[in-house]
Design a protein around this ligand. Structure first.
Ligand SMILES: [Zn+2]
Length: 62
């Protein structure tokens, strides 16, 4: 099977763990991103993902 990359701009996001401060990639899926919960791959801490820059936990990566 061949996976086709979506030509529509795919946005990879970088999230920062509030506990260990590590950055990791997060691949957003369609839907309510504001209700997503990400589990840190470094320390295992689960934290909510916010798209608001005020929360300083997620950034757009071009
Ligand atoms: Zn962490």
């Amino acid at each position: 099977m061949k996976k086709l990359a979506k030509k529509r701009g795919k946005k990879m996001l970088t999230v920062k763990c509030p506990r260990c401060k590590h950055n990791m990639k997060y691949d957003p899926k369609p839907g309510k991103i504001s209700q997503k919960v990400k589990k840190c791959v470094y320390c295992g801490h689960s934290f909510k993902i916010f798209i608001s820059p005020d929360k300083n936990r997620i950034r757009k990566m071009i």
